[in-house]
Design a protein around this ligand. Structure first.
Ligand SMILES: C[S@@+](CC[C@H](N)C(=O)[O-])C[C@H]1O[C@@H](n2cnc3c(N)ncnc32)[C@H](O)[C@@H]1O
Length: 228
């Protein structure tokens, strides 16, 4: 991961509360203990007999090293994986298709949208894309620019964007800071919201609407959902 700069974090925090948003309430997601992103990904890989895996953003390889498939690529400009570079650099030269893709790189709206669009272009038919950090508990954990060590960024806004489209069906599993699941199939529950300016949505909007925006479901309902 990139080095944490404490002075920069202080500046970003002041900037965010003065010019972006102040909101005191937080959400208690009550994520189940001991169920991590890799548990969900491994479970789906196993049940679907997936053979290839791409991870965007690997850090210490906590997830990457736990994935057991014949072909796997991990992309990170700083640490982990087996491709040293940004996701943009990877996708610009990539010609492969994957059964499973895990997006967990830079948690900022524009980059997540790019990563998701590029992933939709190289996912196999019936493949599945996962996105981490979809459920921030408070305004501080979702603020961009970042000022917290535990940080989800505004990944959720990208998911809201894609939830309004026809060409992918998305749910968000309530584990480990939220893991969204994206399939390239007709959207069976398209989100209707009044804005197209997803990036300008506020944490307050998320607080009031996250169930509907992200279509949140419990871990034990996932396999059932994926059968449909
Ligand atoms: C939250 S960590 C990933 C954690 C890992 N996926 C896991 O499950 O443990 C995010 C990683 O994204 C990497 N990253 C930042 N910008 C990126 C980019 N543009 N493309 C790919 N990775 C990026 C960071 O270096 C960092 O290691």
């Amino acid at each position: 991961m990139e080095k944490i700069n404490k002075v920069r974090f202080k500046f970003n925090k002041i900037y965010y509360s003065l010019f972006k948003e102040r909101f005191d309430k937080s959400i208690n997601f009550d994520f189940p203990e001991g169920i991590n992103r890799w548990d969900l990904i491994r479970k789906v890989i196993k049940t679907h007999n997936f053979k290839s895996y791409l991870e965007i953003g690997c850090d210490d390889d906590y997830s990457f090293k736990k994935i057991d498939v014949p072909e796997k690529i991990g992309v990170d400009p700083y640490s982990g994986g087996n491709f040293k570079g940004t996701s943009d650099q990877f996708f610009s030269q990539n010609k492969k298709k994957f059964d499973c893709i895990f997006i967990d790189g830079l948690h900022e709206y524009d980059q997540v949208c790019k990563d998701l669009e590029n992933s939709l272009n190289c996912i196999n038919e019936k493949g599945i894309i996962f996105l981490h950090d979809a459920l921030p508990a408070n305004v501080h954990q979702q603020a961009v620019p970042r000022y917290k060590v535990i940080w989800n960024g505004d990944v959720w806004k990208s998911i809201v964007n894609y939830r309004t489209r026809d060409d992918c069906d998305i749910v968000t599993c309530k584990i480990d800071h939220g893991v969204s699941i994206v399939r390239k199939i007709y959207n069976k529950d398209r989100l209707n919201i009044s804005t197209k300016d997803f990036k300008s949505l506020k944490f307050k909007d998320f607080y009031n609407n996250y169930q509907k925006y992200l279509r949140v479901i419990e871990y034990d309902k996932i396999l059932n959902y994926l059968e449909k």
